[in-house]
Design a protein around this ligand. Structure first.
Ligand code: KG4
Ligand code: ZN
Length: 363
């Protein structure tokens, strides 16, 4: 039977709503995908301010849902379920989404599904490319960084993750250090295009240690030192020197993620998956230099590589609606209780790696 699910996402700084339809045996259809960003509200603070984000979600959520239904040409009565991000993330934002979804579910009698935001990212390759379980996923964004073995919609093993910053967070901080605009990732990537990555030898953190854990905060400090040395030597930061530093930083992030991907692929392939797939998701997956390096690594290991289109890499509600559909397909009929959770690890068996970061809990 064809199902149509409304997804709602408000765990960080994007207020999003989407409708996804699915008929068993056919490809899923994204009927609408609305994202109302808040970058302008946070720009002058140099990062996401949780209270401002929560208030903006409260103001924008109704509009996002109305716009998503409108774009899909549907009414609430046409839906089969509502899926809402219930964590992990900034609690004020998550709460805003959960309260709205509970209200809509109570008013319509529709089943309500509380979705893990990370599951939304992790299941995206199935929405876009019909990828079969089990596959290896690298989630790289401003708030998350982990290697996940994805065995089913609710079956994940974390093979490794960051012990401090997420890579997107590091890109954003480096941009700030070099007086580049936010979000830092695209700005640093654009600068790096004309830079020489070999001018500044930056560290490759944790490569000397076995396993798939990562660290990015030392790299950011190394960029700060290199910048200060350049400023002291040249009396300021020249354009070409800044481009070199961006290229060196991007190269170091890419090297670290690629080598750790090689190790994660080896662990994943040891279980002889019938159709090996390595997929990436999260905003940093938009980085072309990184994408190319990861694709080459996957090919060298004999795995197919998937990176969703950018709009589905960054935070969105289509992935939340899809994660809801995956659960319905497994027989879920709605969650009796949906509670907003600031922390919610996908793999509850692995120990927590770190505390909460700028964009909320990373586990
Ligand atoms: O997935 P996302 O939209 O939100 C989070 O859950 O964090 O990711 C946003 C992050 C930001 O830190 C941004 O700087 C980074 O993704 N990003 C990039 C690029 N585009 C976005 N990082 C590196 N290169 C890019 N081209
Ligand atoms: Zn995210």
């Amino acid at each position: 039977m064809r199902v149509r699910v409304l997804g709602i996402e408000s765990s960080c700084d994007d207020t999003a709503a989407a409708v996804v339809a699915h008929t068993p045996g056919a490809r899923p259809e994204i009927l609408s995908n609305v994202v109302l960003g808040q970058a302008d509200l946070h720009a002058r603070f140099g990062g996401v301010v949780p209270e401002i984000a929560a208030r903006a979600h409260v103001e924008k959520l109704d509009h996002a849902v109305a716009a998503a239904l409108d774009a899909a040409g549907l009414d609430l009565r046409d839906l089969d379920a509502i899926a809402v991000t219930a964590g992990p993330g900034l609690i004020g934002g998550v709460l805003s989404g959960v309260m709205l979804a509970k209200g809509l579910a109570a008013a319509t009698g529709l089943p309500l599904l509380g979705i893990n935001h990370l599951a939304g990212h992790a299941l995206t390759p199935r929405l876009t490319d019909d990828v079969a379980f089990p596959y290896l996923m690298l989630l790289v964004s401003g708030g998350h960084c982990q290697f996940l073995l994805v065995r089913g919609p609710e079956d994940y093993t974390r093979l490794g993750g960051t012990v401090d910053d997420a890579p997107g967070e590091a890109f954003d901080k480096v941009a700030r250090l070099l007086a580049l605009p936010q979000p830092g990732g695209p700005a640093v990537e654009a600068e790096a295009r004309t830079g020489d990555p070999s001018r500044h030898p930056l560290p490759r953190p944790l490569l000397d240690r076995p396993g798939c854990d990562l660290s990015f905060s030392g790299l950011k400090t190394a960029v700060l030192r290199a910048r200060d040395t350049l400023v002291a030597r040249d009396g300021g930061l020249h354009r070409a020197a800044r481009a070199d530093l961006c290229a060196a930083f991007q190269g170091a992030v890419s090297d670290v993620l690629t080598e750790k991907s090689r190790r994660a692929l080896a662990l994943y392939l040891a279980a002889l998956p019938p159709q090996p797939v390595f997929a990436v998701a999260g905003g940093v997956a938009a980085n072309l230099c990184l994408r190319r390096a990861l694709e080459a690594q996957a090919q060298a290991a004999g795995a197919r590589f998937f990176a969703p289109p950018l709009a589905l890499c960054t935070d969105n509600a289509a992935m939340i609606a899809w994660a809801g559909i995956e659960r319905l397909r497994q027989g879920a009929t709605g969650d009796a209780e949906v509670t907003a959770r600031p922390r919610w690890p996908l793999d509850t068996a692995s120990p927590a790696l770190i505390g909460a970061g700028r964009k909320g809990a990373k586990a």
